[in-house]
Design a protein around this ligand. Structure first.
Ligand code: FAD
Length: 169
């Protein structure tokens, strides 16, 4: 997806996939046909229909289970969809715009426990950091749900308090 023009893509599902994943924030586009969906998305209807046909033809029969890494996969597609691959055939069809994102870089500036930026190992008197730019101090790898907001909130409060103290002398 990151290699696509504008780093933009569409996630297309059919009626049987609804309710199988976390509800999207935005409603997306809906149509009774793939060609109709393409028109709504500003895509070439023939090309999109051919792409979906190729995907459907590549789906191997399996036992669908969205709660585990099931055996529903594609064969002959690059990249392969290794699980949860089911033909997109049941109307209505839905499309959601998607983009790649970096949840955490695990990098950033080093800070003290008072959110003071460490410069050459020493805590700065008047430079503070909170949130993603210093999340690497907390996260080495992986993460818990909500930890981005937690780091931002907890260290934002600490950094704000410390900055106010620094400003007041
Ligand atoms: C796809 C995705 C999903 C995520 N899901 C979750 C989740 O479910 N739960 C969770 O807790 N965390 C999640 N995170 C992580 C979380 O969103 C971030 O850790 C958090 O938003 C970081 O907040 P922040 O205020 O530090 O930085 P940001 O939210 O990145 O804010 C930085 C702001 O600074 C602005 N800015 C940059 N440069 C300048 C400049 N020179 N001048 C002025 N403004 C500037 C930017 O435009 C931006 O608005 C997710 C992240 C991504 C990308």
């Amino acid at each position: 997806m990151a290699q696509q023009p504008g780093q933009a893509a569409w996630s297309i599902i059919d009626a049987k996939a609804l309710g199988r994943f976390m509800p999207p924030v935005f409603p997306g586009e809906k149509s009774d046909s793939i060609e109709g969906l393409a028109v709504q998305l500003g895509l070439d209807p023939e090309k999109l229909a051919a792409t979906v046909r190729a995907f459907n033809a590549a789906c191997r029969p399996g036992t669908f289970d969205h709660a585990v890494l099931d055996d529903c996969r594609t064969e002959g597609l690059t990249p392969q969809k290794s699980h949860w691959a089911r033909p997109i055939v049941r109307a209505p069809f839905y499309a959601y715009p998607v983009r790649p994102g970096i949840t955490f870089t695990y990098l950033g500036v080093r800070v003290s426990d008072r959110a003071r930026i460490l410069y050459q190992g020493k805590p700065s008197a008047n430079l503070f950091a909170a949130g993603e730019v210093m999340a690497g101090n907390v996260l080495g790898k992986g993460y818990l749900a909500g930890i981005g907001m937690t780091i931002g909130t907890a260290f934002g409060r600490i950094a704000g308090t410390e900055a106010a103290h620094a400003a007041l002398g």
